[in-house]
Design a protein around this ligand. Structure first.
Ligand code: MLT
Length: 302
């Protein structure tokens, strides 16, 4: 019998795959395998018999990688399994930043009781006019599974797409539309982009990679989207750029007080991968990885 502990709600589509030789245990100390979503594991006492952790998601910044490496615990993530969900929310964020959708909808709600709502709305609509993304330039920082999907979708929307990734893998390059222009200089991407979207893992080397200098060279009035990790953007520099209007809108999946205090931000509670489909896909991949490792010793991060 193998004991598996789920640190977060993991879709039953995944755990059901484990089969009769597995028991889902509430007692983490018995676990040979852990399935985890976003729970922070850095301060946890890892079980003595633990052999593998599968992170149902792309980022592994919630896992104590050094401790696991020392203890010989294999860590998996689920690359690509939630990429479509994130792509769709990035596109949604970009369109929300471009059109008067949120303010316009709020206006309608506020005027719901007006007997002349139809006429009032016709007058009010000027205030909510926006811009089209067609023909505009999107800079995609990081061309892994998610960045590549976003870049291709933006090409389909008629945008010019600049791709930046010093570590782009052959696989990602293969997935990318040939219409994506590869740019090797980050400043150049920022300077030319009406929209900038970040798809980079959280590591020491990427902490604050969008900081004061980057926001200074960015195209005035650009929108920045961050559906990766909060640490990638220097929030103090971002609030300054937002206050000065150098960044028109910051769309972020990470709720922090300083960013939420600004009016030209759209802040979400880490919803990028929160779709039923993505949760199923991640859980299925994570459960298969654990099973294949515990039963066959296979380490396959896909
Ligand atoms: C990810 O790293 O893919 C996301 O953080 C997944 C999630 O929301 O759990």
């Amino acid at each position: 019998m193998h004991y598996i502990h789920c640190l977060n709600n993991i879709s039953a589509k995944g755990t059901d795959l484990l089969g009769a030789d597995y028991e889902l245990t509430d007692d983490i100390s018995r676990a040979q395998g852990i399935l985890v979503r976003s729970a922070a594991m850095h301060d946890m006492q890892l079980p003595e018999d633990l052999l593998a952790i599968a992170r149902a998601g792309a980022g592994v910044n919630n896992i104590p990688l050094d401790t696991c490496a020392e203890a010989g615990i294999v860590v998996f993530n689920t690359p690509g399994a939630n990429a479509n969900a994130v792509k769709e929310l990035v596109l949604c964020g970009m369109l929300l930043a471009s059109r008067g959708i949120i303010d316009g909808a709020a206006w309608c709600r506020d005027h719901a009781d007006s007997p002349t709502i139809g006429k009032d709305a016709e007058k009010a609509k000027k205030a909510f006019a926006g811009h089209e993304v067609f023909g505009k330039t999107l800079g995609v920082i990081g061309l892994g599974a998610i960045g590549a999907l976003v870049a291709n979708a933006a090409i389909d929307l008629g945008m010019n797409v600049l791709g930046y990734d010093p570590y782009v893998s052959a696989e990602a390059a293969w997935r990318l539309s040939p219409a994506v222009e590869h740019v090797t200089n980050l400043d150049d991407v920022l300077h030319r982009s009406d929209y900038v979207t970040i798809h980079v893992p959280a590591m020491d080397s990427t902490r604050g990679m969008i900081g004061a200098h980057e926001l200074e060279v960015a195209k005035p009035g650009c929108a920045v989207l961050n559906f990766s990790r909060d640490t990638l953007v220097d929030n103090a520099a971002m609030t300054e750029a937002l206050a000065a209007g150098r960044v028109a809108t910051y769309v972020t999946d990470f709720a922090t007080p300083e960013v939420m205090a600004m009016t030209n931000t759209l802040v979400l509670p880490h919803l990028g991968a929160s779709t039923a489909e993505a949760e199923d896909n991640c859980a299925i991949m994570a459960a298969r990885q654990i099973k294949d490792y515990l039963e066959n010793g296979n380490i396959k991060n896909s």
